[in-house]
Unconditional design. Structure first.
Length: 348
């Protein structure tokens, strides 16, 4: 059976609940009686709301304390960063120590998603020999091919960790936990902590590539640009790109100075509708959208100004060529500015 999991603090409780509603609405055949939520400080009232959602669909939430696991890792490796003050994303790296043994197939997704379609395909996908199913980022793959960076794992792909499919028996058999610990001992810079840690630790031989539609993230690009961005590196077929754009299963609202995120005012994503639809079905239906952080906290410093300029071109500029040149310039300056050897991507 395929189990569903989120790892959140209280700030993302609403978004996890809305994502979960989308999951149940589009996957009425979900078999397990429980959904897992890793609790990184969720307020009791929001825990009640999350469980109310599950009960509405005949399920219940099992809240797991993963914080003890990641806190122990943090004590051993104090340089391991959290994400905006939370170690919740890092739990993805230590699943073996968190989940009960009866969980064999686990869909671990970030709260900044909406499940907009069926994930039934993931229950039958051939995971033999694979410990982890991922959706590669074509821009990262292109960067590796061009020699802009390389991973300690030697992998020729770079994947986003917003959607991960774990084959837990194979994860244990391959001793992936030890691979991660060994990588931590090498003390590399992990700006996106869970994402770059998994990419550097888990070898491609135990990775299964999932279809692009299960981690669809280009929805905030100008409509005349989007397919061109996904064709970079010639990694995805045109059919796969068209399926992801036209019928995404999991929409990932990542990055873009929050203009990609529909829980903020002034969101520019053309895929806001599923989020707003499921928000209206949620206990948070009357809660207001957030004010964009670039209005509350003005952009500062060279790289933030360049990053915002690059994002605005992607949102507003019909010309893919112009937006692409701006992105390449930004990435080159960023590598020089930070001396950063691994793929940089928008915030998870």
């Amino acid at each position: 059976m395929l189990y569903l999991c989120y790892s959140i603090n209280d700030f993302f409780a609403r978004e996890a609940g809305i994502s979960m509603i989308g999951f149940f609405e589009n996957n009425p055949d979900y078999e397990p009686e429980e959904v897992f939520i890793l609790d990184y400080g969720i307020h009791p009232r929001n825990k009640e709301r999350l469980d109310e959602i599950a009960v509405r669909y005949g399920k219940h939430v099992t809240f797991l304390n993963a914080k003890d696991v990641t806190d122990a890792v943090k004590r051993e490796f104090p340089d391991l960063k959290g994400w905006r003050g939370s170690m919740a994303p890092n739990a993805k790296c230590f699943v073996e120590q968190i989940f009960p043994d009866y969980v064999e197939l686990l869909l671990f997704i970030d709260a900044d998603t909406v499940v907009a379609g069926s994930v039934a395909e993931l229950k039958t996908i051939d995971m033999s020999g694979a410990a982890l199913g991922v959706v590669p980022v074509n821009l990262g793959v292109e960067g590796i091919r061009k020699g802009h960076y390389k991973l300690l794992s030697g992998n020729q792909i770079y994947f986003n960790t917003g959607v991960l499919l774990y084959n837990m028996p194979m994860w244990r058999q391959e001793n992936c936990h030890q691979m991660i610990i060994d990588t931590l001992h090498k003390q590399i810079d992990l700006e996106w902590p869970d994402q770059n840690l998994l990419n550097n630790a888990i070898p491609e031989r135990v990775i299964k590539r999932l279809p692009q539609k299960f981690n669809y993230w280009t929805h905030y690009y100008h409509p005349r640009q989007e397919r061109s961005w996904l064709r970079i590196g010639h990694y995805f077929s045109d059919d796969e790109i068209e399926e992801a754009v036209s019928h995404p299963a999991i929409v990932h609202y990542l990055g873009g100075w929050v203009m990609a995120r529909p829980w903020y005012e002034a969101c520019r994503s053309h895929c806001q509708e599923p989020y707003l639809r499921y928000k209206a079905l949620s206990p948070w239906k009357d809660s207001p959208l957030f004010t964009p952080n670039y209005e509350v906290a003005p952009v500062k410093g060279l790289m933030q100004h360049l990053g915002r300029w690059r994002s605005l071109l992607a949102f507003r500029q019909p010309s893919f060529t112009l937006a692409r040149l701006a992105a390449l310039a930004y990435e080159k300056i960023n590598r020089i500015y930070h001396r950063y050897p691994y793929p940089r991507q928008e915030s998870e």
